[in-house]
Write a protein that binds this ligand. Structure first.
Ligand SMILES: NC(=O)c1ccc[n+]([C@@H]2O[C@H](COP(=O)([O-])OP(=O)(O)OC[C@H]3O[C@@H](n4cnc5c(N)ncnc54)[C@H](OP(=O)(O)O)[C@@H]3O)[C@@H](O)[C@H]2O)c1
Length: 280
């Protein structure tokens, strides 16, 4: 199986990356990012609101050196938080993220949530388009967009988002949104894919794991990538970081997919994008 997805603009992104939410600045995060890169990860996901871009940047620098690779081999994502929304403030926030990361570009910059003020996310998107058209960022996308947000954004956008990072788990399989995005050639990416561990003790997932001689986390990761969904499981544990990338030596069966698809209950662990404004 290909280990990257190709965007509508021809650029590629690794299917499996490392998430960094809820890990504070500090040595643990530096080591996790470095370990991921040395273990073969080429994609790292952070955000301004995670308050950890400095350590992610340090981990990247140490990882590049230890793995003997170059910056251009990596795919780094960060995101624009809601309180930086607006045209000028988005441009400033991007530069501030680069400064904290110690990078001169990122590979993907996302609107973190649509928020509830439509004009503000339009203005912010225009800023991302400017960064993209000026060659300051390689790709631009969104996160937590529902179909109604896309319908409106696509009316005003001159650059179409390459990706939408959303909650996607066996309990919330987002079929309608994924079908809509496929039609528009927008890639899907899942956040909290392991439901912070909750899904790993589901009996169906555990049985499929046992059958394949794989871990429950590897089953969920494989289910994502076989559904063309990019995935960024978070771990600071070296063995788990390695385990989560070791998913290219087996395949789920049609029956496995059927059983996992039956788990859908349209149940979220995070906020609903329809009315989330960053505070509620
Ligand atoms: N765009 C958004 O709005 C949004 C929202 C939430 C998250 N995200 C992104 O998505 C990433 C992933 O989501 P998440 O961090 O919320 O949670 P997650 O990846 O679903 O789960 C992380 C938890 O699972 C554990 N874990 C990881 N690999 C494991 C394995 N192989 N076996 C057993 N346990 C394992 C980790 O423990 P240890 O670390 O202790 O090993 C951690 O407690 C985030 O880090 C962030 O980058 C984006």
């Amino acid at each position: 199986m290909e280990q990257v997805v190709t965007f509508h603009n021809g650029n590629t992104m690794p299917k499996v990356g490392l998430g960094t939410f809820r890990v504070e600045e500090g040595q643990q995060l530096v080591e996790a990012v470095k370990h991921a890169i040395v273990s073969g990860y080429r994609s790292i996901d952070t955000a301004r609101i995670y308050d950890n871009e400095k350590s992610v940047g340090e981990g990247i620098r140490q990882g590049i050196e230890a793995a003997g690779i170059s910056r251009s081999d990596l795919f780094i994502t960060t995101k624009l938080w809601l309180d930086d929304f607006g045209y000028e403030s988005a441009l400033e926030a991007y530069q501030a993220s680069l400064d904290r990361l110690g990078l001169d570009y990122v590979d993907l910059y996302l609107l973190h949530w649509p928020g509830t003020d439509e004009q503000l996310y339009f203005d912010s998107w225009k800023a991302l388009e400017k960064l993209y058209n000026d060659g300051k960022v390689r790709n631009i996308g969104v996160s937590n967009f529902a179909i109604q947000h896309f319908e409106r954004l696509l009316e005003v956008a001159s650059v179409k988002p390459v990706i939408n990072q959303v909650e996607f788990t066996p309990y919330l399989n987002q079929k309608e949104l994924r079908d809509y995005m496929k039609e528009k050639f927008i890639v899907a990416e899942s956040w909290s894919p392991l439901m912070n561990g909750e899904i790993l003790t589901n009996e169906v997932v555990m049985n499929i794991a046992e059958k394949h001689g794989k871990s429950p986390a590897q089953i969920i990761i494989r289910w994502n990538i076989e559904n063309d969904v990019v995935i960024i499981p978070k771990s600071v544990t070296p063995e788990r970081i390695e385990e989560n990338l070791n998913v290219y030596d087996f395949e789920l069966t049609k029956e496995d997919h059927y059983e996992l698809d039956q788990l859908n209950e349209d149940r979220r662990v995070g906020p609903d994008p329809a009315d989330y404004n960053g505070n509620n």
